[in-house]
Ligand binder design. Structure first.
Ligand SMILES: NC(=O)c1ccc[n+]([C@@H]2O[C@H](COP(=O)([O-])OP(=O)(O)OC[C@H]3O[C@@H](n4cnc5c(N)ncnc54)[C@H](O)[C@@H]3O)[C@@H](O)[C@H]2O)c1
Length: 334
């Protein structure tokens, strides 16, 4: 049995607590959140203990692994503490918003061999994985284009926007990582980015975007298009198209049931698509965690590494540079 400490019991932390609790080989032992009420609620629900400091959770001899789901600026500190305590670590994306902090953390944990996995859950979605496998197995022939549509159902509040660190680093970072996942060994070398405020007053106040588009290029010349919106009235729009010399594979939106309704007003009207990430990616979140558990058990390499987290942030930073300079930016992963 692997015993977990959960750091951060907010929106995604609560979901992870449930996954840890439901897994047959893991147990939730400690919960720490700066907001004691959140920690208490989650600890009570899953028969764990709410603790008053991260040290108490991380350094306990009872704990084998740490799941970091706290606010983004806390991640590097908790990763370093966990590595120093010799605990396996699963950390939500992004590692941080600041590349200097990420590089410092990389230096601080250099040489450690504890398993450390970053939470790019979309890599574990069965449909996105099937699209990626079509590239690997060449069932679509030689890869030529990747098109990713990723739109949230509704904009978050101003507090979230002020803390999240901007659309490209907080949200599009998933799509940058998914592009890297589909490409495999072929690195992204260029990005051009556009961001707009078309409808969300809060995004405007936070000097953030509500709408964005990107074109990226890989070393082998694969072209990638990503489009993001903070508002799609029909739900959480998640589609991936992988196009090659022998065809195309689409990972499409999913609906809760596969029914279609026919009436005098509608022809073939389906359920609305899943509302947001917790519903849409529920299978991926569970399989992501299961993969981490296997990594720890077998002392193998995590499927999503610290380096993957760092590289996605480097692309996001280059995208901001492109927006600010109105230029295509060459990407340097050093
Ligand atoms: N992979 C995904 O699909 C996904 C989805 C949502 C969020 N996330 C990531 O998960 C993290 C949390 O996001 P969220 O949406 O749950 O946010 P949230 O605001 O709901 O939760 C964050 C929690 O961290 C706690 N916290 C803040 N500072 C802390 C500290 N110093 N020590 C301990 N706890 C602290 C807050 O009290 C809060 O409960 C972010 O890094 C976010 O980018 C990932």
């Amino acid at each position: 049995m692997l015993n977990f400490a959960l750091l951060g019991a907010g929106r995604i932390g609560k979901m992870h607590a449930e996954i840890i609790n439901n897994h047959s080989e893991t147990a939730l032992k400690y919960v720490y959140d700066i907001n004691k009420n959140f920690a208490n609620q989650v600890a009570e629900k899953f028969n764990a203990k709410a603790v008053n400091s991260p040290e108490e959770a991380i350094n306990s001899n009872e704990i084998n692994a740490i799941l970091i789901a706290s606010a983004t600026p806390t991640h590097t500190k908790f990763i370093t503490m966990g590595v120093k305590a010799g605990k396996a670590i699963f950390c939500e994306k992004p590692i941080d918003l600041n590349i200097d902090k990420v590089n410092q953390c990389m230096q601080d944990i250099e040489g450690s061999n504890v398993p450390l996995q970053i939470g790019f859950n979309r890599r574990f979605d069965n449909s996105h994985t099937k699209a990626q496998q079509a590239r690997v197995k060449k069932t679509i022939g030689e890869l030529e284009m990747i098109i990713i549509t990723s739109r949230d159902p509704e904009p978050p509040g101003l507090d979230y926007l002020n803390a999240a660190g901007g659309f490209f680093r907080d949200t599009t970072i998933h799509d940058f990582d998914l592009s890297r996942f589909i490409l495999g060994e072929d690195p992204i070398v260029q990005v051009s980015a556009f961001g707009e405020n078309l409808f969300d007053e809060n995004a405007k106040k936070a000097k953030d975007f509500d709408t964005a588009m990107f074109v990226l290029k890989s070393k082998a010349g694969v072209l990638i298009h990503i489009n993001n919106s903070r508002r799609a009235v029909y739900g959480y729009d998640q589609r991936v198209e992988v196009f090659g010399s022998k065809g195309m594979i689409i990972s499409n939106n999913q609906t809760p049931t596969s029914t279609e309704f026919f009436s005098a007003e509608n022809t073939s009207s389906k359920d609305t698509i899943h509302y947001f990430f917790i519903e849409r990616y529920s299978q991926a979140y569970k399989d992501q965690f299961d993969s981490f558990v296997n990594t720890v058990k077998n002392n193998s390499k995590p499927l999503v590494s610290f380096e993957d987290g760092r590289n996605a942030l480097i692309i996001a930073n280059a995208a901001y540079e492109s927006y600010e300079t109105s230029k295509v930016i060459n990407i340097n992963f050093d």
